[in-house]
Design a protein around this ligand. Structure first.
Ligand code: DOR
Ligand code: ZN
Length: 349
């Protein structure tokens, strides 16, 4: 059994850092582990302009000043009326690394999302031309579609037609949860990749609903049945360079989570790396961990591989029951559990 593991410092290709006091509280959990992070733009109001992204980036850098090497990679939030020239200029200037598609009302702060993808085809065409990645929340939301089928329906009704129309468009299918998504990405061209969260590798829908409803395991896309989780674990640990790490860490306060209508999102940043390591160990694939965590993402985004290393050691640690206090209390993923890996070298919080 491995006692320690050293790998190129990872990046997190899908992060919600929020804003204001919550940003100040949570940002360091990402910045102390990951060199770069793709920052989701679903603020209220959403990040749709160069000016808004520039300001938000400044606030993130201020919140992570203890980790000066941390690089937030900003994204634009696509709306029905998004300005293609603004996206092009933002990408050219290096302000936007990508743009995010939220189907309208699919998840947290998606009320300004896209109502029909065809409406933004002209903008997506620009992105295809300039090589700007499209990051996709891949769920079709409609009263007649079962919530557990949203991802599969999205593939058939949105992804397939989109890629047949724009085969050169770079697409990251974010936080995939189904075998259908794995099969789709595996069969697609190498312009298409996917991120996989630690929690979707570790929990299925029964975990969320057995012995009582567990709001802190509720996220979107919602965890699916066990066969899908097994397929995700196989894909993540396969060494296929189209799959890479994206935690989708998404903090909400305990009040927002433990409510009659609780918010979707799992705050996984503090121990996500350890959770991924555990999965790779259980799958006898620790030799594939570095590719998933540190190499495949930069290769897809056309960025250099990080020059620093980090180590994880095999030692028990217990995850805190709560992070923050009062109105800002947030339960971390696996709160109170004892886990087997611990990150060394990037500094403690
Ligand atoms: O669970 C989720 N939380 N899924 C998302 O797509 C958004 C995120 C959030 O912002 O809270
Ligand atoms: Zn997300």
């Amino acid at each position: 059994m491995e006692a320690s593991l050293t790998l190129t410092q990872p990046d997190d290709w899908h992060v919600h850092l929020r804003d204001g006091a919550m940003l100040k509280q949570v940002a360091r959990y990402t910045a102390c582990r990951f060199r770069r992070a793709i920052i989701m733009p679903n603020l209220n109001p959403p990040v749709t302009t160069i000016a808004a992204a520039t300001d938000y980036k400044k606030r993130i850098l201020a919140a992570t000043s203890d980790y000066p090497d941390f690089q937030p990679l900003m994204t634009a939030y696509l709306t029905d009326t998004i300005d293609g020239d603004e996206l092009r200029a933002g990408y050219d200037e290096g302000i936007f690394s990508a743009a995010k598609l939220y189907p309208v009302n699919a998840t947290t702060n998606s009320a300004f999302g896209v109502s029909d993808i065809k409406r933004i085809y002209p903008v997506l065409n620009i992105m295809q031309q300039i090589g700007m990645p499209l990051l996709v929340h891949g769920e079709t939301v409609s009263p007649d579609i079962d919530i557990f089928d949203r991802e599969a329906v999205f593939i058939e009704t949105v992804m397939v037609p989109l890629l047949s129309e724009m085969p050169e468009l770079k697409v990251v299918f974010e936080h995939i949860t189904t075998k259908e998504a794995i099969d789709f990405v595996t069969a697609a061209s190498d312009h298409v990749a996917a991120t996989i969260t630690a929690h979707h590798l570790q929990i299925n829908r029964s975990d969320m609903l057995t012995g009582g409803i567990r709001p802190h395991l509720y996220c979107l896309p919602v965890a699916k049945r066990e066969t899908h989780r097994q397929a995700l674990r196989k894909a993540a640990t396969s060494g296929n360079n189209r799959f890479f790490l994206g935690t989708d860490t998404a903090p909400h306060t305990t009040d927002e989570k433990e409510s009659a209508c609780g918010c979707a999102g799992i705050f996984s940043a503090p121990h996500a790396l350890e959770s991924y390591a555990q999965v790779f160990e259980e799958e006898n694939a620790l030799d594939k961990f570095e590719a998933f965590a540190s190499l495949n993402g930069p290769a897809f985004y056309g960025l250099p591989i990080n020059d620093r290393k980090i180590s994880l050691i095999r030692t028990k640690q217990t995850i805190p029951e709560i992070i923050g206090s009062g109105e800002l209390s947030v339960l971390p993923y696996r709160a109170g559990e004892t886990i087997t890996w611990k990150v060394r070298d990037t500094g403690e919080i």
